[in-house]
Design a protein. Structure first.
Length: 393
């Protein structure tokens, strides 16, 4: 029996992370200090984007992105049915109408075919593909649709930091306007709570900065009320201007210091996740009740999640029974995600037609995410494999 419980994912914090955080705690600035800028610069450099804006959470990153693109109550937003609620909530916050595309049956990401069906019938303003589990969405096809139907793209990259598409790092925005990330502890790197937005568009970047801090600007060249702003020719030392309605969505210096030291280890983390995935692929290949994740040729997976599809009917056990059995063996599993159209809020409001979600239905009936995180020991991996192959037989 194992010494520790193995969740489906968890953070990896070492002494260098702790040292970095303590340094900030002992410094003069624990909220708005120099690490924020450093983290943003390093992050932008890592993913290969021009700009990076840190923020409080992945949800805040999506909300800010919608604000920066001018999404409002006249807008239409399309995302995928298998995702965390935040991918759609960001539009709801602004009163936009939400549309859902089905997923691709192999990658569990947004199906471009299903998206085009929506685009043919509705003028969609923004599309949010989700790089599910860390596998990139089919961005070439989605970009082609953008050129045909004219919409903005926000990649929900919360699962996919460390991954690549066509040799471009996720977050480079080569196929999108904006890319968003989460640093929740189960994600590829963590800052506790935290988020990041990347873009190559200066105007979007500037809007993101404004909305992140209450709608306030401090750049004297941009002040609207010159009379209040200036004393003779000098700017008043206390002066700032609120030019729009924004939020306090800032990341702290403490979190940024943790993010910086986590970012240094990201490639190592991704490598370890990929090794675990390879081992699982091999080990479950022989189990006829299990389907392992597929990966497209032009994708380097970040493996935030390792999700198997299980034929529950054939083995005569429900998913809940299997989860309970594995839990008793100290193996944590999770179902990621319940389709958005099944959530009472969305079901009541939009009455989505379940017939449009054949692949999502299949996925939801069979999916189970099993433990994958960088410090999962070889012994633990073998234990998981043996236990799962015993329980699912
Ligand atoms: C796909 C996806 N989008 C958005 C979010 C929101 O991120 P956060 O929890 O940091 O707000 C998450 C986090 O669970 C997620 O998995």
């Amino acid at each position: 029996m194992l010494k520790r419980f193995l969740p489906y994912s968890r953070q990896n914090i070492d002494s260098s992370d702790i040292k970095n955080v303590i340094q900030v705690l002992k410094s003069d600035f624990i909220t708005q200090g120099p690490n924020i800028n450093r983290f943003e610069k390093e992050f932008a450099k890592y993913v290969g984007a021009k700009y990076a804006v840190s923020c409080a959470t992945g949800t805040a990153a999506l909300h800010l992105s919608c604000l920066a693109l001018g999404i409002n109550s006249n807008s239409r937003l399309a995302t995928t049915s298998i995702t965390f609620v935040a991918s759609a909530n960001c539009g709801e916050f602004l009163g936009a109408n939400i549309y859902l595309a089905d997923i691709d049956k192999d990658t569990y990401c947004m199906s471009p075919t299903s998206l085009e069906k929506l685009l043919k019938k509705n003028k969609i303003d923004v599309v949010i593909p989700v790089h599910m589990s860390g596998h990139s969405s089919d961005m070439e096809k989605i970009l082609k649709l953008k050129k045909k139907y004219n919409f903005k793209i926000i990649e929900d990259s919360c699962h996919a930091l460390g991954g690549k598409y066509n040799n471009h790092k996720i977050g480079s925005c080569k196929y999108s306007d904006i890319s968003t990330f989460s640093f929740h502890p189960v994600k590829p790197i963590t800052t506790g709570e935290g988020g990041m937005i990347t873009t190559n568009d200066k105007k979007i970047y500037e809007q993101l900065l404004i909305y992140r801090t209450h709608g306030i600007i401090k750049d004297q060249k941009k002040f609207l009320n010159k009379k209040n702003a200036f004393d003779k020719k000098n700017v008043n030392r206390w002066y700032y201007e609120m030019i729009d309605l924004g939020y306090n969505y800032r990341l702290t210096d403490i979190q940024s210091a943790l993010g910086l030291s986590q970012l240094k280890k990201l490639d190592k983390f991704t490598f370890k996740r990929n090794n675990i995935a390879k081992k699982y692929d091999e080990a479950f290949k022989k189990n006829k009740y299990i389907t392992t994740p597929k990966i497209r040729k032009n994708v380097e997976h970040a493996y935030h999640l390792y999700t198997i599809l299980i034929n529950f009917k054939k083995i005569g056990k429900t998913r809940n029974e299997i989860m309970t059995e594995l839990f008793k063996h100290k193996i944590g599993t999770q179902v990621l995600y319940i389709p958005l159209y099944k959530q009472p809020y969305y079901d009541n409001k939009y009455k989505f037609n379940i017939k449009n979600f054949k692949n999502s239905e299949y996925y939801y009936d069979h999916a189970l995410s099993i433990p994958i995180f960088p410090d999962l020991k070889i012994k633990e991996q073998n234990y998981i494999i043996n236990t799962i192959n015993k329980v699912i037989s």
